[in-house]
Design a protein. Sequence first.
Length: 793
Amino acid sequence: MMLLLFYFAILLGGGQASLTCVPSNTGTTIPIGVFHARGGHDSIFTPEVEPAVNVALDHIHNQSCILDGYKLQLTYKDTQCKTSTGMKALFDVVASMPRPVAIFGGVCTEVNEPIAAALKYWQIAQLSYAETHPKFGTADSSELYPTFFRIVPGRTNLNLAKTRLVSHFKWKRIGTVKQADEPRYALPHETLTTRFEEAEVKVVYTAGVTWQEQENIGNELSLLKARDVRIILADVAEELLPRVMCGAESLGMTGKDFVWILPGYHSTSWISKPINGCTEEQLLSAIDGHFAVQFATQRSDLNSYVVGGKKAGDIIRELTESCGRDQCSKKNIFQGYVYDGLWALAIALKEALGNDAFSHTRLIDAIANSKFEGVTGQVRFEKNERLGIAEVLWFQNGSYHHAAHYDGARDEFRVADILNGWQRPEDAPERRVVLQHVSSWLFGAVTFFASLGCLLALLFLALNIKYRNHRFIKMSSPNMNNLIILGSMCTFISVVLVGVDTRLLSEGMFVKMCYAKTWTLCLGFTLAFGAMFAKTWRVHSIFTNIRMDKKAIKDSRLLLMQQNNVEIEPKLEYCDSRNSLVFQAILFAVKGVLMMLGCFLAWETRHVNVPALNDSKYIGMSVYIVVVMSTLGVSIAFILQERVNESFAMTSLFVVVSTALTLCLVFVPKMVELVRNPAGIEQKGYRRGLMKSVVSKAPVNAHNPSPSYTGKETEKDLLARAEAENQLKQRYLHQKTCQLWELLERLRELGDTQFLQQGGPKGRYMYLIYSQKHMPKIDTILIQYEHPFVVGE
């Protein structure tokens, strides 16, 4: 009730407290133990803390009635930041009479942890003004340290500020760096990533660095760079941070496109610490533009009235002046929390004393439920953690500027005007989905050359049809030639269809175009290559005495492109189906086998030297070209499938060039022959070449083919040997027939045929009859009685 009257008096007095009691510096003493550290590494805080304690006690005792009739009596103990010394100090104050009702202070974690764990057995509250270690804010801290409180905001409050900072700028993709060997930074980092997940912010990768393995810092940062992380949050110690930032500078991970969110150390001394391989200028360049998050040393609205009926600015000024009178070595960042901490104890003691006897339980509950305005902001606890103010600083041009602050007690995040004109970087490269098409000039060029190929094919088709009865054309299978031409035209057309996209067609028609261009190319390869394969098979069958149905089908598939994530994300149009991989595998397997067979037949017929018969050499060359071009085309298309223009250009090049070369190899020799021999008169060298091709594989000892008989062969062996001898004798007969024909040709050129008469009144002449059906194989030699000497085809 007294506290309510006190606040009510503040409101009525327009900010001036009207005391309802007479302050007295005398009364019942309330013992409180104060743990500080004069000889430890944190001893620099002690000289600056004591003036703040004196100011707070003066305001509590002499300028308020919060403890009317009571007086706080402080007992100082120096822990020296040593666990043993700290425990001795604890036992001393516990054993003293009267026993302290609370412990105020505790600077070093190695001292606070065992003391806080032990105080729960005496139910003595401890309120620290400087402990920020995250172990006192973990999930099990309320069980391990139930009587421990801290007036200074811990890492939990700072994590909330970092989360709100990232959410304010609408960053949804970040990376983090944590010092894995330091629990002070590793523990809160784990909870921080959880909070980011709750805020729907994706943590792409967490790089772990340690003091012992500083040489691996660059490797860890390179993993962040490989993932294209632009917003990076680091939790590392002050001594290790320069190495991290210099490593980021060397990897190009700093500048206007990157944002680093670093811990605030309430100091800039780490910037000037030299390290190997990185100058101070390089470090300043690396950290320029970063944000630092740290707990605020005072509230931002200094004109507000706070506990004790004074303005926050007046109290801060008085604290600074008192420190100056005591010749403080430096401004202490905890003096405001010392002031608010003693007020929190005084208010809680007022509640715990009440009208009844003092109760430690009521004191602990009163501290946990405290809520008042202090010089460091609104004082409120949640799970023994202070919900205070975290400030965000922005480093620009070598100095820090206030950029934002987060009030954990009110859950408010406010941004300063200094950031209004700031162009925030994106959390990732801007990814604009752009539909990728084949460039117009490339499509036009391919269409032009494909059209030339079609015109060339039409020219060959017209000549092939017009002169189909010409001896040279007729003997080269004109129907097969027509199929080659039609297949080539389909292949040329398919190249043009590949470049057609939704710029020219609707999406519905584009789906139909997928079928058209795929089957057009397959049909073209089937007709063109299949016809060449059949002609090669025919030549092979004739000259190896094999009879078999000739049938070869060869097609290919259309290679399309996929997407590639870059600064501008391309959206690619390509044809696909549910079982496309299976279909492609079957095509590659079947057509690959057929293509290998085509190569084999071309190799087997390489010795055939009958240009007018079946273009054997040119067909073989065409087969080789198709095999090489197809293999290269498929391989390169798969490699370049993510690049639209390059893939289209290379596939079109291989298809057009291989098709044009095939047409030229098959039909240019025929056109040359038409020019040389328009009448189609049989050339005298034709049959000579024919016979040489027939006997090209005959063995040297064909005139004596009979092997020795060992007397041990079975009937099956004898039959096989007889068949082999029969084939050799047939080839021997062909050889002799060829020689006979050459002699007859020479005699006929000389005009002497009288020696051919065998007697009789009508004369007998020898005729060599060749079968047109199975040319150039010589089926038989007949002796007939005819007057004219005519050589049949």
